[in-house]
Design a protein around this ligand. Structure first.
Ligand code: PEP
Ligand code: MG
Length: 877
């Protein structure tokens, strides 16, 4: 039997092999086919990574042998030899998962150097400074990434050598200085690890590949995967690529290029580079890079070749490319290409432009924008009135658009802590590193002192849709004193900063923010999404204001109005409380009389806001005690208002206590106990519809939804109350009004008996919040506290309350939908749990044939696009 192949030369792969070779590996293979000058190498597959984990975090000997064998082939291709003291082959070792995860995993450059090969490099290039510069970088990277010796230690040594020499920049150190640095680095390594720095290139290679596999599971990669729906089962590939050097002197350089502007989407090549540098210098933002236009003067030939390759790659992939390139002694190489991360604005502009340029179809363009990204467009910009008094105190690079305002925080940890306490914070850093990811997620905005548009902070912030201003050199950050000084103005951690990621402006004050609108490219793009999709999108809204906002965002109806939310209002809650503490039906009816006009008025407002669109109104659902006063002081006040004694009311409140309210007296159970509640709500729904129809002429068909049903007879009981009441009103008023009665499917028993339930229900709406709670047996209010342990231990990879668990809960949904249709073929099916706005869950709903999803107003555009994605991938039309 032929052994499984775990290692592929770039020349053995193709662009289609992303699952096996990872995105980077597949693209390197494709670039090789296209004839782009790519330093050659090989890819260790994602299957090797998975095997590494399956085998208990060791690389199997057969894979190690295959790696060494392939290295021999690379030696032949490159004409160099790994570990040779005459013409040594040096390589880079980089991660490359199926989906790009910038900065989340580890990279090692210059591998293959030791005390002998470094001398060979020095001789070969006639440039000992370059050789020793590469060597010291390698020692530091290997020690940090592979052996976990913190790089800060090496940076300190380097600083000491520079200080002793009285220079500021690394480039001011000569070969002898760097030799000294190497000696000190190795001595430090020996002290820290108790052994010599490994000099055998083969060992260095296997250790480095192991480190990259290991980094697939580092905490920042896990956080990133969870945020981006990347399953851990994908694993990462590892690319081993022959080194080319951008730090060989003044005719060498390195840079990063985007075929279009990643921030605005403008059709103009956007690239930055540094001469005499390695890639990490550009990305880490330690030196601020130059614009590519200056390369034209420096080396017109290379510039032209560069521009040609960028065009070739964009035309080939039919999308904006993000590329790394290196010039070695005047010769240009492309080290990688991938579809570039971009801001939401840029994503929309690029998608629309590509269709208009004839590069792709609308369907292809739709798939180029990640639905989740739209979220950032729905986020605030600065309020124009407030801006009049705003004073710019500094300016940086506009790295990721949007506006943010918050109190200053200096570390990622603190940003996370303060945000958890509900504070709005702006994270201010010299530069960010991948460990800062959680703080960056928590912050309103990110401001860095150093770094260009392609620095870590900029790339990550754009991916997250968080506002970011980078490279703001006017700031003097004192992390210890927790202050930042800008031209004499000193601000501390309780002061506000506002930043504008579209202009790069920084303001030393709080500025109000406002919500954006769907216009321009956004409007065009969303119109295409609507043309394509077959799944309808409704909204969960309880107030006319939310309903109007949702309509602006494209909602096609209300899928859930939670009527209890209408009673939390300060001047309504006492009527509600009276209803709850009523001792008998007569008292309850008296309180319900007070609630009726309020409820009717609310429904009129909703119907008017939605005009002709359908509105689903859910009857009272939550445990009643949520409305009761708990503090003695409040009980006393309410008792007074109701003409009761404190003791009397307190006793009633205590009698309403439930041990497990989520599974207690809530949902349709309330209407079973007290049908007069359902009567009042029916009256409000029907009378409001009659009134609005008379006033505006809208042909409203109210959809009354009974929650938390688990048994058809309980639904029938409540439905009978509803129809009796509604029919009497309609008859009495002599009007022609249709209405529907349906139910939520949110209890597993309802899903299991959906065929029976459908006999009484004209529609189902899946309440996947409760259905998830009851299927997992996880309290929706408490699960957050312990689920983090499940993520750490990889038992669950995502929050089932945010993303539908398709295997378990989804199975119930699908089964109930099928059973419902079997009984009532034209039954209307929707979902109104939080999952209605989550792209992968929306796709699931499309695939199982639901009619609509319903989500909060701000997620409506996300759901519209997700529904279009689903249609393109799995057409129903
Ligand atoms: C649900 O349970 O999914 C639902 C939408 O209802 P609520 O969140 O109000 O319980
Ligand atoms: Mg519910």
């Amino acid at each position: 039997m032929q052994n499984k192949k775990y290692v592929y030369l770039f020349s053995e792969g193709t662009g289609k092999m992303k699952e096996l070779l990872g995105g980077k590996g597949a693209n390197l293979a494709e670039m090789t086919i296209l004839g782009i000058p790519v330093p050659q190498g090989f890819t260790v597959t994602t299957e090797a990574c998975n095997k590494y984990y399956d085998d208990g975090k060791v690389i199997a000997q057969e894979i190690i042998d295959e790696i060494h064998k392939t290295m021999t082939k690379l030696e032949t291709i490159s004409g160099k030899k790994f570990g040779s003291v005459e013409n040594p082959l040096l390589v880079s070792v980089r991660s490359g998962a199926r989906a790009s995860m910038p900065g989340m995993m580890d990279t090692i450059l210059n591998l293959g150097l030791n005390d002998d090969t470094v001398e060979a490099m020095a001789k070969l290039t006639g440039n000992p400074r370059f050789a020793y510069d590469s060597y010291r970088r390698f020692i530091q990277m290997f020690a940090d990434v592979v052996m976990e010796v913190e790089k800060r230690n090496f940076e300190n040594i380097l600083d000491e050598v520079k200080e002793a020499k009285g220079v500021k920049l690394d480039t001011e150190l000569d070969a002898d200085d760097l030799k000294e640095v190497v000696k000190k680095f190795k001595a430090f390594y020996k002290e820290a690890k108790g052994e010599e720095f490994p000099s055998d290139p083969k060992l260095q290679l296997i250790e480095s590949i192991t480190a990259v596999f290991r980094s697939w599971d580092n905490p920042r990669a896990i956080v990133y995967r969870r945020m981006n729906d990347i399953p851990s089962s994908w694993g990462t590939a590892v690319n081993v690529q022959a080194m080319v050097f951008g730090n060989k002197g003044e005719t060498s350089g390195t840079g990063v290029a985007f075929s279009r502007n990643p921030s605005t989407g403008e059709k103009k090549i956007y690239a930055e580079y540094l001469m005499n540098a390695q890639g990490e210098d550009v990305v880490a933002g330690i030196r601020t890079p130059e614009d590519i236009s200056t390369l034209e003067q420096r080396n017109p030939e290379v510039y032209k070749q560069f521009m040609d390759i960028v065009h070739t790659l964009e035309n080939h992939y039919k999308d904006m490319q993000d590329m790394e390139f290196t010039i070695e002694d005047g010769k240009l190489y492309f080290l990688q290409t991938r579809n570039g991360k971009r801001t939401a604005q840029a994503a929309l502009k690029i998608a629309v432009d590509l269709v208009e340029e004839g590069m792709c179809t609308k369907e292809e363009a739709i798939l180029k924008v990640d639905p989740k990204q739209l979220d950032s467009l729905l986020h605030p910009a600065f309020d124009a009135a407030d801006m009049k008094a705003a004073k710019v105190i500094a300016k940086g690079l506009p790295a990721s658009p949007g506006a943010a305002c918050g109190k200053i925080t200096f570390t990622a940890e603190e940003a996370k802590e303060r945000a958890e306490k509900g504070e709005k914070v702006v994270l201010v850093r010299l530069e960010t590193s991948p460990e800062d990811i959680e703080g960056m997620v928590a912050a309103e905005g990110i401001l860095t002192v150093r770094g260009g548009m392609t620095s870590h902070a900029a790339v990550v912030a754009r991916g997250m849709g968080t506002c970011c201003v980078a490279g703001c050199g006017d700031l003097k950050v004192n992390e210890e004193a927790k202050t930042v000084e800008v031209n004499g103005l000193v601000l501390g951690q309780n002061d506000y900063l506002s930043i504008d990621g579209s202009t790069g402006n920084v303001y030393g004050q709080a500025i109000k923010t406002v919500e954006p609108e769907i216009t321009g490219y956004f409007g065009t793009f969303m119109a295409w999404a609507d043309e394509i999709r077959t799944l309808k999108v409704r909204t969960n809204a309880d107030t006319p204001r939310d309903a109007q906002q949702a309509v602006k965002f494209g909602a096609e109806g209300i899928g859930l109005c939670r009527t209890e939310h209408m009673f939390f209002d300060e001047n309504r809650i006492s009527a509600m409380r009276e209803m709850i503490v009523a001792k008998n039906e007569a008292e309850r009816r008296k309180a319900l009389e007070k609630l009726l006009p309020m409820q009717r008025e609310d429904f009129e407002g909703l119907y008017e806001a939605m005009e002709y669109r359908p509105v689903t109104i859910r009857f009272l659902d939550p445990p009643l005690h949520e409305f009761l006063p708990h503090e003695d002081e409040d009980i006393r006040a309410l008792a007074k208002e109701m003409g009761l004694t404190f003791e009397e009311l307190k006793a009633t409140v205590e009698s309403l206590h439930e041990f497990n309210p989520m599974m207690g007296h809530r949902g349709c159970r309330l209407a079973v106990s007290y049908p007069e509640i359902a009567e009042m709500q029916t009256r409000a729904v029907i009378e409001a519809a009659i009134n609005v129809k008379a006033r505006k002429g809208y042909n409203i068909v109210p959809e009354i939804m009974i929650p938390l049903v688990g048994e058809v007879k309980e639904l029938k009981y409540v439905k009978d109350v509803v129809t009796r009441t509604a029919d009497a009103i309609i008859k009495e008023k002599g009007v022609d009004l249709k209405y529907m009665v349906g139910t939520m499917i949110e209890i597993p028993r309802a899903a299991l008996t959906a065929d029976e339930i459908a006999k009484e229900a004209e529609f189902f709406s899946f309440g996947t919040n409760d259905l998830t709670q009851m299927t997992f047996g996880f309290s929706r209010d408490d699960a957050g506290n312990f689920l983090k342990h499940y993520y750490d231990k990889k038992i669950y990879e995502f929050d089932p309350f945010a993303k539908l668990d398709q295997t378990g809960v989804g199975q119930l949904v699908q089964m109930a939908a099928e059973k419902g249709k079997a009984t009532r073929p034209n039954i209307k099916l929707g979902i109104c749990g939080e999952h209605g706005g989550d792209p992968s869950s929306v796709e699931f709903c499309h695939n199982i044939g639901l009619n609509y999803v319903s989500c909060s107003p701000f997620r409506v555009p996300v759901a519209r696009l997700a529904a279009a994605h689903a249609e393109v991938k799995n057409p129903r039309k």
